[in-house]
Design a protein around this ligand. Structure first.
Ligand SMILES: NC(=O)c1ccc[n+]([C@@H]2O[C@H](COP(=O)([O-])OP(=O)(O)OC[C@H]3O[C@@H](n4cnc5c(N)ncnc54)[C@H](O)[C@@H]3O)[C@@H](O)[C@H]2O)c1
Length: 257
């Protein structure tokens, strides 16, 4: 088998569309067996079928990443189907808009639950499964550039994604003490053209939305899903075997300003 992650077994949350789909397709193309999970099982199944049609090995599972009891069950199902687990990509997430004054407590809790608590659960329950596979592993947590730079109307999302950033470092330090070792890094994309932008596109029109977002980015455009998938591929692969506890921006230069 050839490919940059040949022979590895990867579990990707939120893989029915957007970045999760691109990451699953990329890892599969580079030789990994992939387990796709999503709250949208039909969508995850469609992506898995299309990966299989292209010659890859893929499985799909229903998972709400906020459901703590479901995590060990779905990890065990995926481990059994794939015959091991080496890579976890905590990708599932939702956008959240609202200033500290307009955000409701309910809205705050929802974003923290889906975007941060789920990453804690994923790392917590996957680490023993990865370790039991007997070879070094890799966890990649999809944060956001919003975890490193704030916006006035993004209180919950900023807080959740900043939490993912620092949680990833704690997980990395814990994983460095294990045998076999488990690396953990966070990825911080700026705007990427996925369905997460649909609400904004509906509000102001697709062209205006893309224009407004692109103007904020020094490179003058928003990213494509594969821009993030290439980064995840590197971090998941053994090319990154000495890389852990670090943050990787895929942001067209916005955080350089
Ligand atoms: N697209 C961007 O501009 C951008 C930028 C920075 C960070 N991100 C982050 O990247 C990740 C993926 O975003 P995307 O752009 O692909 O979004 P998306 O909305 O296109 O896809 C998100 C996927 O997650 C799934 N999901 C949502 N809640 C879930 C839950 N509770 N349990 C399981 N699955 C759930 C959805 O069904 C969907 O398939 C998110 O964590 C997001 O915050 C995205």
């Amino acid at each position: 088998m050839t490919g940059r992650v040949a022979g590895k077994k990867a579990f990707i949350t939120g893989a029915a569309q957007g970045l999760g789909e691109a990451i699953a397709r990329m890892l599969a193309r580079e030789g990994a067996t992939v387990a796709l999970t999503d709250i949208n099982l039909a969508g995850a199944r469609d992506v898995a079928e299309s990966i299989k049609a292209a010659g890859g090995v893929a499985f799909a599972y229903a998972q709400d990443v906020t459901d703590a009891a479901r995590w060990p069950v779905v990890l065990e199902e995926a481990r059994a189907d794939m015959r091991g687990l080496n890579i976890l990509v905590n990708n599932a997430g939702v956008a959240g808009a609202g200033s500290v004054e307009t955000e409701t407590l309910e809205g705050w809790r929802r974003v923290i639950d889906i975007d941060l608590d789920s990453v804690f659960l994923g790392c917590k329950f996957a680490m023993p499964v990865i370790r039991a596979s007997g070879v070094p592993g890799s966890i990649v947590n999809i944060s956001s550039i919003a975890g490193l730079i704030a916006a006035h109307n993004s209180a919950a999302y900023n807080a959740a994604k900043a939490g993912v950033w620092m949680l990833s470092k704690s997980v990395a330090l814990h994983g460095a003490r294990m045998t076999p070792q488990i690396r953990c890094n966070s990825v911080h994309p700026v705007f990427i053209d996925t369905p997460i932008l649909d609400i904004f596109k509906q509000q102001v029109g697709a062209e205006t939305a893309l224009d407004k977002l692109s103007r904020q980015v020094p490179m003058g455009r928003i990213g494509e899903p594969d821009d993030v998938a290439w980064m995840v591929l590197y971090l998941a692969s053994d090319e990154a075997k000495f890389v852990t506890g670090a943050e990787f921006k895929v942001d067209g230069g916005i955080s350089a300003m």
